[in-house]
Design a protein around this ligand. Structure first.
Ligand code: ADP
Ligand code: F6P
Length: 319
């Protein structure tokens, strides 16, 4: 293998730049030429591809977003679009590809690998919704943003004595809410993986207020949704003033934490090693602080469960 490509796809995530930098610099260190594919699979279809050098990826390790930009490209899902992408890789003499993205992007990467094109994946998504890896790239930074937001909202919640629902991202996965709730000291965590009884939730809030708690923070995962309806239900049962904050895209940006920079750097190098050693059709992960790799097949069928111990601990510590 002489020349590989790298692209970012799906929702962006802080740390993607560290991974791109690593693929490019580690690839060059290992004697490869590395091409950047801009705008994800859409750029692949359109041939938005250029060779990167060591300086191309300078001054990006500390930046959120992705220097290669990203898209959600429906055309690549079609037979015709997919074949166009595959042909473009050949036209640009690319012999291996690193796809940095979430599970949607992995479906595209898996198809490439199945079509015989050497492809490996790096889990770039804030959602932490892939079971094969302890952490996805960007999750730690998003969590940091969430915890800062929780801290700010806790101040005003304490001053006014309000109940504050904070909706966070994560698609169908409750990890941002769960870990954000534990680290932010929230009174409750509401995630799609575990049903929350509204009456029990109200009892928890009332108990807290009665023992003199000033603030009341409820971390709600977007996979549960309907924060304003929940606010009405709590208001109706408790009489408290309930405020809603949807943090939204704030969570997707910002300077990556050291953890995500290190993770991106390690994963980028591991992805290059996989391509060089002929281990294709696999996604890079981290398990117990060690780099691992798992087949796309397994990655995409492994069910993601929430961590019950963390959930229970968050509940115990919130009383
Ligand atoms: P993420 O990778 O963050 O989960 P998406 O689910 O939007 O984001 O997927 C990103 C992109 O991956 C899609 O826009 C599409 O281009 C590509 N993709 C998703 N599923 C497939 C598929 N079955 N075949 C080919 N490409 C796919
Ligand atoms: O996958 C990352 C993510 O931010 C999810 O948490 C969220 O559900 C989704 O992307 C939002 O997608 P879009 O950028 O298309 O609005």
């Amino acid at each position: 293998m002489k020349r590989i490509g790298v692209l970012t796809s799906g929702g962006d995530a802080p740390g993607m730049n560290a991974a791109i930098r690593s693929v490019v610099r580690y690839g060059i260190y290992r004697g490869l030429e590395v091409a950047g594919v801009y705008h994800g699979y859409r750029g692949l279809l359109e041939g938005e591809i250029e060779t990167l050098n060591i300086s191309s990826v300078g001054d990006i390790i500390h930046r959120g977003g992705t220097m290669l930009r990203t898209t959600r490209c429906l055309e690549f899902k079609t037979e015709e679009g997919f074949n166009k992408g595959l042909q473009m890789l050949k036209t640009f003499k690319i012999e291996g590809l690193v796809v940095i993205g979430g599970d949607g992007s992995y479906h595209g990467a898996k198809r490439l690998a199945e079509a015989g094109f050497p492809t490996v994946g790096i889990p770039g998504t804030i959602d932490n919704d892939l079971a094969y890896t302890d952490y996805t790239l960007g999750f730690d930074t998003a969590l940091t943003t969430v915890v800062n937001a929780v801290g700010n909202i806790r101040d005003t919640s304490s001053s006014h004595g309000t109940v504050n629902i904070i909706e966070v991202m994560g698609r169908n996965c409750g990890d941002i809410a769960l870990y954000g709730g534990l680290s932010g000291g929230a009174e409750a965590v509401i995630i799609p993986e575990k049903k929350t009884d509204i009456d029990e939730l109200c009892q928890t809030i009332i108990r807290g207020k009665n023992r003199g708690k000033l603030h009341s923070i409820l971390l709600l995962a977007e996979g549960v949704g309907k924060p304003y309806e929940m606010a009405e239900q709590i208001k109706a049962r408790t009489g408290y003033d309930v405020k809603v904050s949807v943090i939204g895209y704030l969570q997707r940006g910002g300077t990556p934490t050291p953890f995500d920079r290190i993770l991106g750097s390690r994963m980028g190098a591991h992805a290059v090693e996989l391509l060089m050693s002929g281990k294709y059709g696999r996604a890079v992960g981290i398990k117990g602080n060690k780099m691992t790799d798992v087949s796309f097949e397994e990655v995409l069928t492994m069910p993601k469960n929430y961590d019950k111990e963390i959930y229970e601990l968050a509940q115990i510590l919130a009383i």
